[in-house]
Design a protein around this ligand. Structure first.
Ligand SMILES: Cc1ncc(COP(=O)(O)O)c(C=O)c1O
Length: 417
């Protein structure tokens, strides 16, 4: 049989993942979406589960925008008018008026000179970091950064790579000192804004102060790049993410800010905003921009609508409701004796700290009609096994209480004091 020895090797590797309890396994297939109303949020049907309805507590759609009529209508109308795909990469003939407008609106929303979109935030991070990290660059990265940052650093060929302890400013300072001492021409500090596995966030103001303090020591400056894919649209009173939440203003804001269109904004795609000249350079050098299609014109039109909602009174109302639901859930968890990492971000982890128990709790929730995601090693460090609940503005108080009731009836539930 062709590939027989390879198939045997891969089978053994999959079996090993299964034995370690870290196999992602069969995917659930959503077969129907039933939009929510005033009393309850959206419900979902799954293949193989008959008429059972499920509530999602594991979606990044923090504002519930993906089902908003204004957003779906914009996507629909644009697809009819412009077709379903871009048909080429941007510099060949794949740039549409919706792409350009979206880039301008993203730049205006984040108060930056320019914006540039990619097919995803993952592609954005690869596209941004690889060309900016050259052989004379020291890249300095938080140890819990997202996989896209880790792989961008692997793909780039920096002079030196420094990993600092999670959110540890003293360690970041010592890495900047080491890079300056070693004579690196450029330093690039990179961090997630919100860390999606835990819902905590980078101390941006302090990171920026350190970077500016060390700037003179590097001929090509210290560039700070923040991937706030989970922050924009979910964090800060107006949804401008970690830089708003940490009150960074003017030069205290990161030089390049990466975001996604596929989480709070409810569509698909990624983007970076920053100085016009850097983005012009990236349009010439970013591999995932030059050699890969952009999002469709219809997706861009939908994202323009989603951004308009976010940047309006309705956006603020949704964000306030999101915070209220997050607080309700956190309070309930504490009352039930569960360990969580409290904070204003809608990612609310329940720290289980055991792989088998995490699997059992996910299964118990599923039996109760709730979709939640267990995080196990190697996605999180051993001992940090947890369930990542994600609250959405689509959830109503009754939905939060339903989930808390399911958690209350889990046989392995911790004893409250
Ligand atoms: C920090 C960070 N960057 C990038 C991504 C990927 O986003 P996208 O799905 O738009 O590629 C994620 C999503 O999990 C993320 O948490």
């Amino acid at each position: 049989m062709p590939c027989d020895r390879l198939l045997a090797t891969l089978t053994a590797e999959l079996e090993e993942l299964a034995a370690r309890g870290t196999l992602k396994g069969k995917e659930q297939v959503i077969t129907k979406v039933i939009p929510g109303h005033d009393e309850i949020g959206s419900r979902y049907r799954l293949a193989g589960e008959g008429d059972r309805l499920f509530m999602r507590m594991n979606a990044n759609n923090y504002l519930g925008l993906s089902l908003r009529p204004e957003v779906t209508a914009a996507e629909d109308e644009t697809a009819w008018a412009f077709g379903t795909g871009p048909g080429a990469v941007r510099f060949i003939s794949g740039t549409y008026v919706q792409h350009v407008e979206l880039e301008e609106r993203l730049a205006a929303f984040h108060e930056r000179q320019a914006g540039m979109i990619f097919s995803s935030a993952y592609a954005t991070t690869l596209g941004v970091l690889v060309p900016l990290i050259d052989g004379e660059t020291a890249v300095i990265s938080d140890e819990l950064n997202h996989n896209c940052i880790i792989n961008a650093m692997r793909l780039a060929r920096p002079q030196a790579k420094h990993i600092y302890r999670h959110n540890d400013l003293a360690d970041l300072k010592s890495k900047l000192e080491a890079a300056a001492g070693a004579g690196s021409r450029r330093a690039l500090v990179v961090s997630d804004g919100v860390f999606s596995m835990r819902g905590d966030f980078a101390p941006l103001k302090e990171i920026m102060r350190l970077a500016r303090r060390y700037d003179e020591r590097f001929p090509d400056n210290v560039l700070v790049v923040i991937d706030d894919s989970h922050g924009v649209g979910a964090f800060g009173t107006s949804g401008r993410g970690t830089e708003e939440h940490t009150r960074c203003r003017g030069d205290e804001r990161p030089d390049l800010l990466i975001g996604t269109l596929g989480k709070a904004l409810g569509v698909n795609g990624g983007y970076v905003v920053g100085p016009e000249l850097i983005l012009r350079y990236l349009r010439e050098t970013a591999i995932t921009y030059i050699y890969s299609n952009p999002i469709t014109p219809a997706e861009a039109a939908a994202a323009i609508q989603a951004l308009a909602i976010l940047d309006s009174g309705e956006g603020k109302r949704l964000l306030a409701h999101l915070r209220a639901m997050t607080r309700r859930f956190e309070r309930g968890l504490v009352e039930l004796g569960y360990e969580t990492i409290p904070g204003p971000h809608p990612v609310t982890p329940v720290m289980v700290r055991d792989t088998a128990k995490t699997i059992a709790l996910v299964d118990h929730l599923f039996q109760n009609g709730i979709l939640a995601t267990g995080l196990k090693y190697p996605v999180v460090p051993r001992g940090d096994e947890s369930i990542r609940f994600q609250i959405s503005a689509d959830h109503k108080a009754a939905d939060i209480d339903l989930c808390l009731e399911a958690l209350a009836s889990f046989p392995g539930r911790p004893k409250a004091d």
